[in-house]
Design a protein around this ligand. Structure first.
Ligand code: ADE
Ligand code: ZN
Length: 326
């Protein structure tokens, strides 16, 4: 029907996608054979059956295991290219892609291998698919701030190949304050700043992501509805939330998709967006997120227009490029 067509074909921006979370089971198996790296699953089907999660940590364990097959520059290219083709098919015309270098450098893969492979795919996306794509380096919050500083140093020779930094992995017990100094340094370097906050963690983590880390966007942020003062601030300052509905459903943040608070966030005037997070693990790319969420929650065409507009407003595109896409 008309709303479904609108959701499918509308030009949109994706702002919360972990490239390692786009690694499909088929590609995990292909790379495990190509690189001679054993994985503890006998088949693609057996691996996919393991994708039943109870919370964030139960997902992260299997997500880091899946990423262990990535070794060469071409592996990183192939992973990103597969995602960019899906993005194009879903009418994503701009995407800001997270990557987790520590997952790879800890296994002996060079920073240059990771970034060069991903960056080459982003360049080809613009040239061959008409999709604009940039990279955001994420620090793993379960590791130390010292490790994050070393990762930043390692990445600085590639400063022109990524536009910002983020903070991801296990949220509970790893508050934003842990990374205050490394984010201050990134800010001095002119990098864009984002952080996961209020996915499973409390509204206090959203406050400190804003006030201590000084991030420009909050990734997830769905726990903000428990704090009226925070909701007011997010709306007044138009601080974007990159919401990931299918992720929230699969990680049991909400019992059912129908219980998702996206409609509440939008109706309260927040700059919320829809994103896929880890599409290979959570059952869908951008359009699956839009279609399933709208079907389950009864959002309207007006909400759809707002979400598409929000996705470009919240992007790190230059103002002129933003206007051109709006
Ligand atoms: N890394 C990949 N996906 C993530 C998520 N949803 N939350 C935190 N860290 C992640
Ligand atoms: Zn995420």
């Amino acid at each position: 029907e008309r709303l479904v067509d609108l959701l499918r074909t509308a030009p949109k921006a994706e702002l919360h996608i972990h490239i390692e979370g786009s690694l499909e089971p088929e590609l995990i198996f292909a790379l495990s054979q190509r690189n001679g790296i054993a994985i503890p699953y006998a088949s693609v089907d057996e691996l996919r059956r393991a994708y039943a999660f109870s919370n964030l940590q139960s997902f992260l364990d299997i997500y880091y295991a899946g990423a262990s097959v990535l070794i060469t520059e071409q592996d990183f290219y192939d992973m990103a290219w597969a995602y960019l083709l899906k993005a194009q098919a879903d009418h994503v015309i701009h995407t800001e892609i997270f990557f987790d270098p520590q997952t790879h450098t800890a296994r002996g893969v060079a920073m240059k291998t990771v970034i060069d492979g991903l960056y080459r795919a982003c360049q080809d996306a613009q040239a061959k698919l008409g999709v604009s794509a940039s990279l955001i380096l994420c620090f793993l919050r379960h590791l130390s701030e010292e490790d994050a500083f070393a990762t930043l140093e390692d990445a600085l020779p590639h400063r022109d190949q990524f536009i910002g930094v983020g903070l991801d992995s296990s949220e509970l017990g790893h508050p934003p304050e842990k990374f205050a100094r490394v984010f201050a340094r990134c800010r001095e370097l002119g990098l864009h700043l984002v952080a996961h906050a209020g996915e499973e963690g409390p509204p206090e983590y959203i406050w400190s992501a804003l006030d201590v880390l000084k991030v420009e966007r909050i990734d997830h942020g769905v726990q903000s509805t428990h704090d009226a003062a925070l909701m007011k601030r997010l709306a007044a300052e138009r601080i974007p939330l990159t919401v990931c509905p299918l992720s929230n459903q699969k990680l049991c943040v909400f019992p059912n998709l129908a219980d998702h608070n996206l409609g509440r966030l939008l109706d309260a005037g927040l700059c919320a967006t829809v994103n896929s997070d880890d599409p290979a693990y959570f059952g869908g790319y951008m359009n699956d997120n839009f279609l399933q969420t709208f079907a389950a929650t009864g959002l309207t065409a007006q909400h759809a227009y707002t979400l598409m507009r929000n996705s470009f407003e919240a992007s790190f595109l230059a103002p002129a490029a933003k206007r051109a896409m709006l």
